[in-house]
Design a protein around this ligand. Structure first.
Ligand code: LLP
Length: 421
């Protein structure tokens, strides 16, 4: 459930009519609902309330400081994958001991930043990285808590670009080699092995792959303990999918996901960390856009809107579907029309949806792309020199711009022309 609903014939974010945001901030613009974020975060907490746990929000899904602050204040930890994300989490007031650092290519400066600033745990993804961290921590006189990300070779049954748990993927070390890598880690200076980490993919709509992966993690944890390792934490990653269409059957709920965790690893007495991103913020955000032209094609009508693939990349990149709805609710039984909804960028791939069913639209009309809170603004670019899309946060009956739209001068001001030109 989210807080984007029609009231008095107009789509609202909580108590704010979205037309109001469109006229005051302009379009395109991302709009997030604080109540929805709070609710979704609470669902994960509730799903794990049977055990000691930390819900580490996957910052990559939405890294706006206001979103991180809101979640951090609710007690969320953060899962970061770069120095930039670490800096954002800290700037949002999240203490280092609630931040886990994932990612296959952490650089020395990034690792140093985390050690100096404080880190709950580094999730190691390879032996070379393990040696690099050990040497760095040792040279700094530090001991860093680490978990090793294992690749369980489980098919997450999701889009191939966002599956991460098969042996052909670049992530983690093969679970078959875990015992020897843990033995090596335990002997290295500067590292303190505390846990096992796994993440098999994103937008999973079935619990079976989670169950399969977590059973393998449980088996490994028992073997590691038998070999003398003190495994007290399990980081089970993120990945629980969200409904992108109103009409299809919804993926499992966080509470059901929590049950799978309990059934597979619950008896180990470990502290449980999870890293949900999309499930917390995906349906807590929409992208608001205005129709520029309605263009009659030979065999179809194009709705040319002012949002484009640079603002919301998912349809172009993954063929992803985002429901597109009008801001003004059509009267019951009103005739729908088929439109190819496209942006102004000069690529045919800049198509959001073909044959989208909408009431008759006219230039100036407003639409919302639903389920756009995760991997939306964070993947935006300035392609075609379109200023980076702004973001707004709504809470109750008020809203704030949490990232302003850059002016052309600001956009151009980042470039410089060398004196010799
Ligand atoms: N933890 C790790 C280590 C991850 O790599 C990811 C996502 C997550 C947690 C969070 O997964 P979530 O709960 O959000 O599914 N840009 C793609 C999604 C990429 C996901 C990458 N890793 C998209 O727009 O679908």
């Amino acid at each position: 459930m989210d807080h984007f609903t029609y009231r008095n014939g107009e789509l609202h974010a909580e108590d704010v009519p979205l037309t109001c945001i469109a006229s005051q901030v302009g379009t395109p613009v991302y709009v997030y609902s604080a109540a929805t974020l709070t609710r979704h975060f609470g669902l994960f907490r509730q799903a794990l309330d049977w055990t000691d746990h930390l819900v580490c929000f996957a910052v990559k899904s939405n890294s706006n400081l206001a979103v991180l602050k809101l979640l951090g204040d609710l007690g969320a930890g953060m899962d970061v994958v770069s120095g930039g994300e670490y800096a954002r989490a800290r700037a949002a007031g999240v203490p280092g001991d609630r931040i886990v650092f994932s990612g296959v290519g952490k650089t020395i400066p990034e690792m140093r930043m985390a050690i100096e600033g404080g880190i709950r745990q580094m999730n190691l993804e390879s032996e070379p990285e393990m040696h690099a961290l050990s040497a760095l921590a040792h040279s700094m006189g530090a001991t860093v808590p680490v978990a090793i990300r294992v690749n369980p070779d489980v098919d997450a049954k999701t889009h191939e670009k966002i599956a991460t748990g098969k042996s052909e993927n670049k992530f983690g070390i093969p679970i078959s080699r875990a015992m020897e890598v843990y033995a090596e880690a335990a002997a290295l200076p500067g590292l303190r092995v505390v846990g096992v980490d796994v993440h098999i993919g994103s937008q999973l709509t079935d619990l079976a792959p989670f169950r399969a992966a977590y059973l393998k993690v449980a088996e490994l944890t028992r073997a590691l303990r038998a070999a003398g390792h003190d495994i007290s934490r399990l980081d089970l990653g993120g990945g629980l999918g969200i409904p992108y269409r109103r009409d299809n059957s919804a993926p499992p709920l966080p509470i059901e996901y929590g049950q799978v965790i309990r059934e597979t690893v619950g008896d180990l007495g470990c502290q449980i960390e999870i890293e949900p991103g999309r499930n917390i913020v995906g349906n807590a955000g929409i992208l608001l856009s205005r129709v520029i032209y309605v263009k009659k094609g030979e065999d179809r009508d194009f709705l040319i809107v002012d949002a484009a693939m640079n603002d919301l990349l998912r349809p172009a990149m993954y063929g992803a579907h985002h429901d597109i709805v009008p801001l003004i609710q059509p009267p019951l039984g009103a005739e729908q029309q088929g439109y190819d909804v496209v942006g102004p960028v000069c690529e045919s791939g800049d198509t959001f949806q073909k044959g989208a069913s909408l009431p008759a639209m006219a230039p100036g009309g407003l639409v919302a792309f639903r389920s756009a809170g995760a991997y939306g603004a964070v993947m935006a670019s300035e392609y075609n020199s379109r200023p980076l899309v702004p973001e707004v946060l709504v809470q109750g009956d008020h809203f704030a711009v949490i990232r302003a739209r850059p002016t052309y001068d600001e956009m151009l001001g980042r470039d410089s022309i060398p004196a010799w030109l």
